[in-house]
Structure formats: structure tokens, C-alpha cells
Design a protein. Structure first.
Length: 243
């Protein structure tokens, strides 16, 4: 009797409507779009936890498309071009160039515009972005070869033992063009801001120049860029500077 009543009750109420189990609102296009957007954000944030992304952020590579990075490369090459005729390299001589911390090798194209085919180039970086870049941890070692000229642009602020790096640099090249964001510029960053960028040293223009001198470099030319925040030095080894 109870079984029949239950069956009768089920018949009276009709079959269960499966649509009642669906979560309300999921069929609305605006809700689906919002959920899809949230999923993309979550995936993006998860990707930022990857070791490679953290290394990119550590060296501020998310900023490498900025005009200031391009301007730094342009001014660095111009610094060499305007001095090359009074240094040991003749105007028509081909030179070997090492680019330490080369990033995406933007310097190669700038050199080609100014020097044509009168140079050979090799880039080095901890995080190679092109097949032609050699992977190298510049904190620990420098290339096992020599160059006529090396560039260190946007690199030295990340070095833990800056003086040792400058000493090693002189062993592989007669000339160097280096950049450093000085701590005493008219538009200087605070020490906290510098540390937030991952920079490990906070030298003034005079202090950084003194580091180069102690490492055996002589300053042949200098200029300020980036609203006075960054110095560019053209250094010559002692032997080359006196020749």
C-alpha cells in the first residue's frame, strides 16, 4: 500500500526536471564571459610563478621594449664611434665585440647601422632570448676569449661583487663601454626603489668611477642619459690608454 502510494506520488509529480540541478546564471553570456576572464587571469598569475618568469622579473626584462633601453644602446655605440679614431682601432678596422648581458641582442642592430660589416659580435646572457646568444652566468665567469671591445649595458647593477667583475673584464678586453644607474643623479631613485628593481649596489658617479680606476680602467669619455640617472663610461685598459 505504501509502495503504491509512493509510485502514485511520483506519477503525480511527473518526471524530475534535470534543468533544476543547473546552477543559476551559468547560461547567461555575461556570466560565462566573466568566468572565462577570471580563468585567464588565474592562468596568467600561475604562469608568473614559473622559474623562468621570476628570472625575467628579477632582471626587469618585462621593460626591455621601453624606449630608454633602446636609447641606451644607441648612445653607447655613438660613444664608441666618436672616439674610435683616436683609440687604437682605425676607422676602417674590423673589431671583435662582446655584449655581456645582451638581452634580446638589440645592440647588434645598432652596431650594424653605425659600423656596417666592420665588426664581429657575440652576445652572452643568463637567459638567452635568441639562438645566437651564448648562455653564461656572468656572476661567476666571463667569456673564455678576448675582444677588442665589450659592452655591459644594464648589467652591472645586478652584480654581487662588482669590483671583481670589473677586474675580470679588463682581462678579456682592451676597451669597455659600461652603463650604471648612479645613486646621486638629479632624478635619483631611493635605495628602496633600487632594491625593488633587484639592483645590488648603490654607487654615486664618483664611487663607480673609482671602482673602475681600481680595476685598472682609465675613463676616455663619459655621458649621462635617462634624465641624468644613468652614466655611460668608455674605458680603456691602462696599456691601451697610454699608447
Amino acid at each position: 500500500m505504501i509502495a503504491r502510494a509512493s509510485a502514485a506520488g511520483q506519477d503525480a509529480s511527473g518526471p524530475r526536471d534535470s534543468s533544476r540541478c543547473a546552477k543559476p546564471g551559468l547560461e547567461r553570456p555575461d556570466v560565462r564571459d566573466s568566468l572565462a576572464r577570471l580563468l585567464r587571469i588565474a592562468r596568467d598569475r600561475a604562469s608568473r610563478l614559473s622559474p623562468r618568469h621570476r628570472r625575467f622579473r628579477r632582471f626587469n626584462l618585462q621593460l626591455q621594449a621601453s624606449s630608454s633601453w633602446q636609447l641606451r644602446a644607441e648612445r653607447a655605440v655613438e660613444l664608441w664611434v666618436r672616439n674610435a679614431h683616436v683609440l687604437s682601432q682605425g676607422a676602417d678596422d674590423s673589431i671583435t665585440i662582446g655584449d655581456l648581458g645582451c638581452g634580446n641582442e638589440r645592440l647588434r642592430a645598432v652596431l650594424a647601422r653605425h659600423l656596417g660589416d666592420r665588426f664581429s659580435y657575440q652576445g652572452y646572457d643568463l637567459l638567452p632570448q635568441t639562438p645566437t646568444t651564448s648562455k653564461l652566468d656572468l656572476q661567476r665567469e666571463l667569456p673564455n676569449r678576448s675582444f677588442d671591445l665589450v659592452f655591459c649595458l644594464g648589467l652591472l647593477e645586478y652584480m654581487t661583487d662588482l669590483e671583481t667583475v670589473l677586474l675580470r673584464l679588463r682581462r678579456i678586453s682592451n676597451f669597455a663601454i659600461v652603463s650604471y644607474a648612479i645613486s646621486d643623479s638629479p632624478t635619483e631613485l631611493s635605495e628602496a626603489e633600487r632594491e625593488a628593481r633587484g639592483w645590488l649596489s648603490h654607487h654615486s658617479r664618483a664611487d663607480f668611477s673609482e671602482l673602475g680606476t681600481r680595476a685598472g680602467w682609465l675613463t676616455r669619455d663619459f655621458l649621462l642619459i635617462d634624465q641624468g640617472r644613468t652614466g655611460l663610461w668608455l674605458w680603456a685598459s691602462g696599456a691601451e690608454a697610454s699608447s
